[in-house]
Design a protein around this ligand. Structure first.
Ligand SMILES: Cc1ncc(COP(=O)(O)O)c(C=O)c1O
Length: 494
């Protein structure tokens, strides 16, 4: 229903254009005497150690605002046109280029949707940028828990029932913020959720950091904008060929929260650099062009590569590879626990012995992000490595798995908002003494960067033990001490 709804953007733009890329190319062609930033002067000042190896051409695109190249913070020319082309492609009313990743998009969405003291529903598996948005805005989060997929030991979708229950528990929430697809490719039923949000006059804000590509193939889940989201962000660098940090934010107004939607542009100015990188923005322009011209072919290729590997890996004794409805099947979630390997051990073996780099590991699985730019040879290397590992560990006893519902601790008690706790006087205590205290900081295993504890929450024994296990296993955690260990933690004095 939402997919067909009219949007106010221009539908018939010629996507066979790259206005920003062309404009910067033209600027370089004028051979300017350049007295602006950046100081390397269209490549001459970049270290020869680097340019001798990679050449210079690309660096010339690292320019700044000029009368030709427009201004991200007040676009009227090439950037404006490039953003309108993006809107037209995705069916958004308005789209913005982001140069600080989906991180700044999530911050601006939350900052715009719920003001200090207002309530906002937030999925508990949200990326830590949602917490930054809460700290900036001062809004009061009402958490909604995702399902747990016990068989895989990971968090699943946010159900429509959980959202309905959230609005009953906390009427007046201004918005719901959730992640779909998740890192593992799992999507929520966004159409049903959008209906619930709009019935409560609340905005649906979707962190679609991992889903900029799903719009381009019928065998991929429905994109958030087409499913009724009012705002979504996409890390175009994650899956669609743009450079690291480049992301976009789309708005599609369904009649809820118009004032909030109007605040987004202004708030993006707050959280984005005043020196936005033209390399990143040109990469967004070109990534949009490729998707418009070849998106379906690109996604067909990614799907074919992923499906090939999934099938082969499923056939290896001791290995499992996730297959699920409403899931982006270009994500390969692979488990070898049945032959005694945790996800962490499998990731390490693949990295150290086969130079196969997985995106992340958890206790149970490793995750591969397969894109159109992978080669069949990459897939064969992954498959062959799994075959060899499978043969080596055959017959080894399975790793005991925690009961699905014990994999993740329950919701801690929220004593104060993340913002109040963040700005409160804190004291530092030994981690070993922290159970029962109110956290003055977050702790998030990384990746995936989902906070287990937010500032202002009481560190329950259950949460403490969960984090303690990560600590004992020497896992990488954001919020740990400068030395990477978690020996100390900031808490609020009682
Ligand atoms: C679900 C999710 N949201 C947001 C982000 C932040 O995206 P970016 O790295 O583009 O800032 C990430 C990063 O991994 C993520 O996994």
């Amino acid at each position: 229903m939402y997919r067909e709804r009219e949007w106010v953007g221009e539908k018939s733009m010629n996507q066979n254009r790259t206005p920003l890329f062309d404009t910067v190319t033209d600027l370089i062609g004028t051979n300017p005497a350049y007295f602006k930033v950046p100081g390397h002067r269209l490549d001459r000042g970049i270290s020869a150690r680097w340019t001798d190896l990679v050449g210079t051409g690309i660096f010339a695109y690292d320019v700044t605002e000029t009368p030709l190249t427009d201004d991200l913070h007040r676009p009227e020319g090439a950037i404006s046109e490039a953003q309108r082309l993006l809107s037209a492609l995705y069916g958004a009313d308005q789209s913005f280029f982001l140069v600080n990743g989906s991180t700044c998009g999530n911050e601006a969405m939350i900052l715009s949707a719920a003001l200090e003291g207002e309530k906002i529903m937030v999925a508990r598996n949200a990326h830590k940028s949602a917490m930054a948005g809460l700290i900036l805005s001062g809004a009061e989060p009402v958490y909604v828990m995702p399902e747990v997929l016990g068989q895989w030991g990971i968090q699943g979708e946010i159900t429509a029932a959980a959202v309905r229950e959230g609005f009953e528990r906390a009427p007046g929430c201004k918005a719901l913020f959730l992640v779909s697809p998740s890192y593992y490719g799992i999507c929520s039923d966004l159409e049903a959720i959008a209906d619930i949000c709009h019935a409560h006059d609340a905005l649906l804000l979707v962190d679609e950091a991992h889903g900029g590509h799903v719009y381009f193939h019928d065998r991929l889940p429905t994109g958030a904008l087409w499913a009724g989201a009012d705002v979504c962000v996409q890390s175009m660098h994650k899956v669609t060929g743009a450079l690291t940090q480049s992301a976009v934010l789309h708005i599609r107004n369904h009649g809820a929260g118009e004032a909030a939607l109007r605040r987004i542009g202004q708030n993006l100015q707050l959280v984005q650099s005043t020196s936005p990188s033209y390399l990143l923005m040109v990469s967004l322009d070109c990534a949009r062009y490729e998707l418009a011209m070849n998106g379906t072919k690109m996604m067909e290729r990614a799907l074919r590569l992923a499906e090939y590997a999934r099938k082969r890996i499923q056939g290896i004794a001791g290995f499992r590879c996730m297959e699920r409805e409403r899931t982006d099947s270009t994500r390969l979630v692979i488990s070898a626990r049945d032959i005694g390997l945790t996800g962490y051990a499998l990731e390490q073996t693949l990295f150290e012995q086969y130079a196969v780099h997985m995106e992340l590991a958890d206790d149970e699985n490793v995750l591969a992000i397969v894109t159109y730019a992978n080669e069949m040879e990459d897939m064969d290397r992954l498959v062959r490595a799994c075959e060899e590992i499978g043969a080596r560990y055959a017959g080894q006893e399975a790793v005991r798995r925690a009961d699905g519902h014990l994999c993740f601790p329950g919701l801690p008690q929220q004593v104060m908002t993340p913002r109040s706790a963040y700005f409160a006087q804190t004291k530092t205590v030994r981690w070993q003494e922290a159970a029962g205290a109110i956290a003055g900081q977050m702790i998030a295993p990384y990746p995936p960067g989902i906070p287990v504890i937010y500032p202002g929450e009481r560190i329950s024994r259950e949460v403490w033990e969960y984090i303690e296990q990560f600590r004992l296993d020497k896992r990488h955690m954001h919020g740990a001490d400068a030395n990477g260990r978690l020996e100390w933690i900031k808490i609020l004095p009682t």
